[in-house]
Design a protein around this ligand. Structure first.
Ligand code: 5GP
Length: 366
């Protein structure tokens, strides 16, 4: 009887063994902002002025409530400045303040601009010195309610432990943490105590991670997938990076982002740090990634030998007061809402159908 068993399944064994060692290719299509447009829908809205961009959220772990227009200035040292926060907070926009201000700077800011504290976060990396400074800032400014824990690679176990530690120390603060791009890591960080997960690896305007490491995830798909995971746990997400025009901001919200973070779109303004540079009669301001040579030379004395810089330095045309840019972004977003029939920003993702496209806009005169 045993002799009658067919021998061919045995032949498959080496194939299975080899297959398990092969790299996997996920061939599901993943999309970026540039790959889609909104499909317009019938709407009863008369004017874009009727659109309400304010959102109210209650956060899963801190149990705190937020109200505002959920657009955030990135915690880069050029854009995440106190000057930026003063203008953005007037419009109820948010600023993640960069981590290089001293405790004294924070004390002065809090004393002179207490009205801004509702719409700012203190940023921190995951080192011991970072944590010490964060604790000192939160002690010096008790009205500060938000913490932004920012590392380039949110996938390390060490970072997960760090989020747990910070949650343990600050049970009532709302914690933003990242960056990640996949649902399982969004869930892990939320379950470890974070409230809002920063989503984006490699889409940034001055980011070279994809070139230096080959790692990344198209931002629109990352947002769609991560929003689904976060919302399943009553958590929230920030779409961080990759917005190059107001339409991209709208697409990030349409994809399910609760907040959208911008660096490059806010660069080059009066409220950014750095001097205006004049070259051949034109005015510029310097903008650079927080892992660029420029930032590392400024703060840690250079690029450490074991790592490559993963950020670019660029001269962006000087753009004056950031007020004009804010108006442009908010105007665009209101208009998107009217095209798809969303009376409130809250309704935008429910009213969104994206169509895949091969071209964003007519390039004839650009
Ligand atoms: P942007 O709005 O300019 O497209 O993207 C801003 C985001 O880029 C920031 O919020 C941050 O997540 C990311 N970023 C900033 N500096 C660097 C850097 O030096 N390297 C990388 N990989 N990402 C950066």
């Amino acid at each position: 009887m045993g002799q009658c068993l067919p021998a061919w399944p045995l032949l498959l064994l080496p194939v299975l063994f080899l297959a398990s060692k092969m790299p996997r290719v996920d061939s599901d299509l993943k999309l970026d902002f540039k790959d889609v447009l909104f499909r317009p829908k019938r709407s009863s809205l008369k004017s874009r002025s009727e659109v309400d961009l304010q959102r109210t959220f209650t956060f899963r772990n801190s149990k705190q409530t937020y109200t505002g227009i959920p657009i955030i200035a990135a915690n880069m040292d050029t854009t995440g400045t106190f000057e930026m926060a003063q203008v953005l907070s007037k419009h109820t926009l948010f600023t993640t303040i960069h981590k290089h201000y001293s405790v004294e700077d924070w004390k002065n800011f809090a004393a002179n601009h207490p009205e801004c504290l509702e719409h700012v976060a203190a940023s921190s990396g995951s080192g011991n010195a970072d944590l010490e400074k964060l604790c000192a800032i939160l002690e010096a400014v008790p009205a500060l309610k938000y913490i932004c824990l920012d590392v380039a690679n949110g996938y390390s176990e060490y970072f997960v432990e760090f989020v747990k530690t910070v949650r343990g120390k600050f049970p009532k603060h709302t914690i933003m943490a990242g960056n990640v791009v996949t649902g399982e890591m969004v869930e892990e960080l939320i379950l470890s105590g974070a409230d809002i997960i920063k989503v984006g690896i490699g889409p940034g305007s001055v980011c070279t991670t994809r070139i230096k490491t080959g790692v990344g995830y198209p931002q629109l798909s990352a947002v769609i997938e991560c929003a689904d995971s976060a919302h399943g746990l009553k958590g929230h997400i920030i779409s961080d990076g990759g917005c190059s025009c107001p339409g991209d901001v709208a697409k990030a919200f349409g994809a399910g982002a609760d907040f959208v973070m911008m660096g490059g779109m806010l660069a080059g303004h009066d409220q950014c740090s750095g001097e205006v540079i004049e070259k051949n009669g034109k005015m510029y301001k310097l903008f650079y990634g927080m892992s660029s040579d420029t930032a590392m030379k400024k703060y840690v004395g250079g690029v450490a030998e074991y790592r490559a810089s993963e950020g670019r330095t660029v001269e962006v045309p000087y753009r004056g007061d950031v007020e004009n840019t804010i108006r442009d972004v908010l105007g665009g977003l209101r208009s998107t809402c009217t095209y798809v029939g969303a009376a409130k920003l809250k309704e935008l993702s429910r009213r969104t159908t994206f169509i895949r496209v091969t071209q964003q806009s007519n390039q004839m005169f650009t």
